[in-house]
Design a protein. Structure first.
Length: 277
């Protein structure tokens, strides 16, 4: 399947050279704002957003509904983690300097309701960025991983990436976390600890049964370059595939920042409603 950005202009916003340390919803607000602009027909070019956060845990909507979610969030925040509830699917994921977050926001047709092609586009973008190591990558749910899903990405059976998606009427936002470096098992233990508190009183099928040893980072799996290398390889792929033009930005442009403020306000209100934080 050919990428949607073939023969189109692509906006690439890459802030991975510096770490987000504050409100973790900010990058999600940017993706949400751009998706809304696409949905209204005001933007027709895909947006690719690369970013990192120093220390955070991002929850899925189902996580926020667990019996002791608010208590678990308070425990995380007491340990210095920023927290957020994202609108896309999926479950809890930890963010750290070694985790590269990749968002792909695309305008789509109003009746283009099949989510699979957009998941596949993200999978193939990541595969291409891995170069020869992409041949080792497999797609499919990794049992025991955190944020499990059909489009988990793994090498040698160890998950290093998860993908979630949010759909608007005429836009889609596909979001991936890529454990580029660091300790995958440690990332898994963070999420496991969250569920130990949040899921008290819940049935086992209501939350992922995390086995930290099922996670790994690309560095642990023999893929060189770390977070900086992964971001650079994504740049290279987009330069090759965006045949019309590629606009590179390292700060959010003012026109998008204004829209993102509105989206961020909505996301914060939603989070307060879900977990009372």
């Amino acid at each position: 399947m050919q990428p949607t950005w073939r023969q189109t202009a692509v906006q690439l916003l890459d802030t991975t050279s510096r770490m987000h340390t504050g409100e973790v919803l900010v990058p999600f607000g940017i993706a949400e704002a751009y998706a809304r602009l696409c949905a209204k027909g005001e933007r027709t070019a895909p947006l690719v957003n690369l970013w990192r956060h120093e220390k955070a845990v991002v929850l899925g909507s189902r996580d926020a509904k667990l019996p002791q979610a608010a208590k678990a969030v308070r425990e995380l925040e007491a340990k210095g983690y920023r927290t957020a509830v994202r609108q896309s699917g999926g479950a809890a994921v930890p963010l750290a300097p070694g985790v590269v977050n990749l968002s792909l926001v695309l305008p789509v047709g109003a009746y283009d309701l099949n989510p699979e092609p957009f998941f596949v586009q993200m999978v193939e973008l990541i595969r291409a960025a891995l170069g020869t190591d992409g041949k080792r990558m497999r797609s499919g749910e990794v049992a025991g991983s955190y944020c499990p899903g059909t489009y988990d990405l793994a090498i040698d059976g160890y998950k290093f990436c998860g993908i979630a998606q949010r759909r608007l009427t005429r836009a889609v936002s596909v979001q991936a976390f890529i454990n580029a470096e660091g300790c995958g098992r440690m990332y898994g233990e963070i999420v496991q600890s969250f569920y130990e508190t949040a899921a008290q009183g819940a049935f086992a099928e209501q939350y992922p049964q995390v086995q930290p040893e099922r996670m790994a980072s690309l560095s642990e799996l023999g893929v060189p370059g770390g977070a900086a290398g992964m971001a650079a390889r994504i740049h290279e792929v987009l330069h090759t595939q965006a045949e019309a033009s590629l606009t590179l930005m390292d700060v959010c442009p003012p026109w998008l920042a204004r829209e993102a403020e509105t989206a961020l306000h909505t996301l914060k209100q939603r989070q307060r409603h879900l977990v009372g934080s």
